[in-house]
Each structure stands twice: as structure tokens, then as C-alpha cells.
Ligand binder design. Structure first.
Ligand SMILES: C[S@@+](CC[C@H](N)C(=O)[O-])C[C@H]1O[C@@H](n2cnc3c(N)ncnc32)[C@H](O)[C@@H]1O
Length: 319
């Protein structure tokens, strides 16, 4: 089985649905936001999630907000704004965040990073923890979306024969989007999400089926892997919540910082660093730029290909 992981199916990444979704929304004949409405909604969304939408996403946002206004039977954007600003509007916050978040993800998303991570970071860190007689090895997928990233790490550990030995594992995924967390807990995936999983792992750890209503193919993760992972709804910018998660050996935080402005990014990175053991690693996506946060975390030069970061030494000044 280890062999299977070394040779993933080579499949070019299709166009990101997030981009397709934005293009589709732009092309639709749906109502558009005025500049004033856009600013108000963008501020609400920013306050709820830390995600900063610029004016070029106005069409995308209009289409998403229109979905919510229609679902509530409201006439237009002004009514939806009034609803959000009213005392009863608080119950709508979660639905708005669910609607606006871009949950694009899939298993074995960035194979070169994963391979490097497995060989150069995970393997030596596991050996170090065993030498230290650590009781537990903890991994956090921050912004885990529908769980693909965390389950990928569970599959990797399984493939490495790590379970059922002296070291216990705890794998936790968190996301602000309620729907995504529910989907992660359900563990049922479409072909798009599983297409990069090495065939031997797909066959061994998923049940292939058909969804009754749509007749689409599904792959359900087996309890053997599912039971290794837990998911919860959390805003990673809320330090009161992230502190409760405790310290981790490894944190994956990929493809979410790109939606944050500098202020949100600083909050997010501070929270991640606070939840990381001093000799732990944070793995980011390759388009994530955290140069201005180098007083908190810095690239681990020995592992540059893995886009791995470690904590900056205590007392490192802000540049
Ligand atoms: C593009 S997905 C990335 C999923 C996965 N990490 C990956 O790289 O495949 C971004 C996720 O970030 C989540 N997100 C956005 N803002 C967040 C926040 N403030 N706290 C936690 N999750 C957030 C979204 O709900 C979405 O599921």
C-alpha cells in the first residue's frame, strides 16, 4: 500500500470551480449591488469572517446575497441588509457565511508538498515524539472545508502504518462554514474530490455508491478512517475558540489566508502560532503570502519545497 501513495494518479488539476462559480455569477442576469450596498455587505462579511471582498467581486457577491434574500422571501438587497441589521438578523449570520465561503478542496490537493511533508517533516517529527515518549501526536486542519485535507492526512498516516502503536493520534478539522463541517462529518464525496487519491487507498478505505436523488457516483469514507478525525465549526480568527483546541505538532492552513486582509491574516497567524508546539510545523498553501507576519512565523529554510513554517524565535521584532 505504501507504494500506492508514492505513485498518485497523475491528473491535471481542472479549472478551479471557485473561479468558474465567480465567472458564472458574473455572467448571470441577476440584480446587481450599488457601490453603497456592496460596501455595507462587504463590511458585515468582513466582521463575521475576516474575508475581505474587493469591488471586483461585486457580481459574485450579488449572486450569493440574492440566493439568501430569495430564500428568506425578501424583496431585494436593502431588505436583506435591514434584516441582517435587525435583532433577529443574528440567526442569518451563519447562513450568509455558508453562502459566501468558497469551499473548494479535494483529497491529495498538492502532491509535491504532501510528499515532501511526509518524508522530511512528518517522519522525523514522529520519530522525535516517540523518542520523547510523547503520549499524543496532534494535527489540526484549520479551514478544513469538507474534510478532504484532514482525511488525506489520516490516509497518509494509515499508509505509513502509524496507528495502533505506542503513540496516540488526534486529528481535528475546523471551519467557519456549518455546511462544510456537516459534509466533513458525513464523509461522502464526489468524483471531483477523490480523483487524486491513489487507487489502492480509494479502494481500501472508501465505499463506492450512487446517490439516490441525482444518480451521481459517491465515495464514502469508511469508519476506520472517519473515526480518526473530528470536525468542529470555528472561526479561526476567534482566539477564545482556537485556544480551546490546545497545542498541535502539525497545523495545515491552506488556501484560506488568501481571502484575508493583513489585519485578519495577522490574527489568524497569531492564533495558529499560539496553538503550535515550539518545534511544530505550519503548512501553508503555495499562494499564501505571510511575509509581513515573519515576526510570528518564518519559512523553514530546510523544507522550502514543503512551504513549511516554524515559529519565529521569541522576541523577534515586528519589521
Ligand atoms: C478554499 S477552502 C480551503 C480548504 C482546504 N484547506 C484546502 O486547502 O483544500 C477555504 C475554507 O476556509 C474557510 N474559512 C473562511 N474564513 C474562515 C475563518 N475565518 N475561519 C475558519 N474557516 C474559514 C471557508 O469556509 C472554506 O471552507
Amino acid at each position: 500500500m505504501a507504494e500506492a501513495l508514492q505513485k498518485p494518479i497523475a491528473s491535471p488539476a481542472p479549472a478551479a470551480p471557485a473561479t468558474a462559480a465567480i465567472a458564472a455569477a458574473n455572467a448571470s442576469n441577476r440584480p446587481q449591488l450599488t457601490d453603497n450596498q456592496f460596501q455595507k455587505f462587504a463590511t458585515i462579511i468582513y466582521d463575521l469572517s475576516g474575508m475581505r471582498f474587493e469591488a471586483n467581486k461585486s457580481y459574485f457577491m450579488a449572486s450569493k446575497l440574492d440566493n439568501r434574500a430569495q430564500a428568506l422571501g425578501l424583496k431585494g438587497f436593502d431588505d436583506y441588509l435591514k434584516h441582517l441589521e435587525s435583532p433577529s438578523g443574528r440567526t442569518e449570520y451563519g447562513f450568509l457565511v455558508d453562502e459566501i465561503t468558497i469551499n473548494e478542496t479535494f483529497f491529495f490537493r498538492h502532491e509535491p508538498q504532501l510528499q515532501y511533508f511526509r518524508e522530511k517533516i512528518l517522519t522525523p517529527l514522529l520519530a522525535a515524539r516517540r523518542a520523547q515518549r510523547a503520549p499524543k501526536f496532534r494535527i489540526w486542519s484549520a479551514a478544513s472545508s469538507t474534510g478532504d485535507e484532514l482525511y488525506t492526512l489520516a490516509l497518509m498516516l494509515k499508509d505509513m502504518g502509524q496507528f495502533g502503536k505506542d503513540l496516540q493520534f488526534e486529528l481535528i478539522g475546523t471551519d467557519i462554514c456549518h455546511d462544510a463541517v456537516e459534509k466533513a462529518r458525513a464523509g461522502v464525496y464526489r468524483k471531483y474530490n477523490v480523483r487524486n487519491i491513489p487507487p489502492a487507498l480509494l479502494q481500501q478505505f472508501f465505499t463506492h455508491g450512487t446517490e439516490a436523488t441525482t444518480n451521481s457516483e459517491t465515495w464514502t469514507i469508511k469508519p476506520e478512517i472517519k473515526s480518526l478525525c473530528s470536525f468542529r465549526e470555528d472561526n479561526m480568527l476567534d482566539s477564545n475558540r482556537t485556544t480551546l483546541l490546545g497545542k498541535f505538532d502539525i497545523i495545515f492552513c491552506r488556501n484560506v489566508l488568501i481571502y484575508f486582509d493583513e489585519k485578519s491574516k495577522e490574527k489568524a497567524i497569531t492564533n495558529l502560532a499560539n496553538n503550535l508546539h515550539d518545534d511544530g510545523f505550519i503548512l501553508l498553501g503555495h499562494s499564501e503570502n505571510v511575509y509581513s507576519q515573519r515576526h510570528i512565523i518564518r519559512p523553514d529554510k530546510t523544507h522550502s519545497a514543503a512551504i513549511a513554517y516554524t515559529k519565529a524565535p521569541p522576541g523577534t521584532p515586528k519589521y
